[in-house]
Design a protein around this ligand. Structure first.
Ligand code: PGA
Length: 269
């Protein structure tokens, strides 16, 4: 049985002012206790920097975690326009998304930079969500595993097993992000299993078994249950589908309870 706690994270990207963020919370928070009931489920929202503090304060008594979408790898310094991990922690962020494909592609972040950010986040006690995933062209050439392995190796090369207990991976095939085209549960499961085995080979079975691996790319209420029934999919990273409180609540509603998950996984064997 999959004993990992499911971790669902909304990635708001560059959407929502502080006022809009708080309106969303106002709609979602009253529904959370009943949505999370009987489920082994952790929920987070990666919001714009400007919204972190007020969101974290407003969500303090709830089960909702607030996180960031990026950070710099230095602890401080002359880096105009950048933000450090300890600044994020101070205003209430508990996690940070690193290496999202938009950061890699538009802001030219490479695996080595992402690795340094990862190291800093861990050092400062921010839970990192490391995004990995291939483009359509890479998939069509049969290079998915090669690319994902390079991204893992590049970002994790200097990190030891004892540093990685809080690391979350997010497999996000680039061709599925914001396109409405989701990877099939089987396609996603195949890559998730590959990542878990990669972690097992490089580190240990123990770390591999406890690591949460999220799927991201056009997740919507209609495909949540099928994705999460796969044995190696332990959570979701959701962009567009997390922007409306009603829709995000529907996503949470679709998360199968542990009993149902266990039964399906037994049946899939
Ligand atoms: P999407 O984005 O759900 O809108 O496809 C996912 C992401 O970019 O993390």
């Amino acid at each position: 049985m999959n004993k990992r706690t499911i971790f669902i994270v909304g990635n708001w990207k560059m959407y929502k002012t502080v006022e809009e963020s708080l309106t969303f919370l106002h709609d979602l928070l009253p529904q959370l206790p009943s949505l999370l009931q009987d489920k082994s489920l952790k929920v987070g929202l990666a919001v714009p920097f400007t919204s972190i503090q007020s969101m974290a304060e407003a969500a303090k008594e709830s089960m909702l975690q607030i996180g960031a979408q990026n950070m710099h790898d230095a602890s401080s310094g002359a880096f105009t326009g950048e933000i450090a991990a300890r600044m994020l922690k101070e205003v209430g962020a508990t996690f940070v998304i690193l290496g999202h494909s938009e950061r890699r592609k538009i802001f030219l972040e490479d695996n080595a930079t992402i690795g340094r950010k990862l190291e800093r986040a861990l050092e400062e006690g921010l839970q990192p969500i490391l995004c990995i995933g291939e483009s359509l062209e890479e998939r069509e050439k049969g290079n998915t595993e090669k690319i994902v392995a390079e991204q893992l190796e590049g970002a994790l090369s200097s990190l030891k097993e004892e540093d990685l207990s809080s690391l979350v991976l997010a497999y996000e095939p680039i061709w599925a992000i914001g396109t409405g085209e989701t990877a099939t549960p089987e396609q996603a499961q195949e890559v998730h299993l590959f990542c878990r085995n990669w972690i097992r080979d490089k580190y240990s079975a123990n770390l591999a078994e406890q690591m949460i691996i999220q799927y991201g790319g056009s997740v919507k209420p209609g495909n949540v249950a099928d994705l999460l029934r796969q044995p190696d999919i332990d959570g979701l990273l959701i962009g567009g589908g997390s922007l409306e409180a009603t829709n995000f609540a529907k996503v949470l509603e679709q998360v199968p309870s542990p009993q149902i998950q266990e039964q399906t996984q037994e049946a899939l064997k």
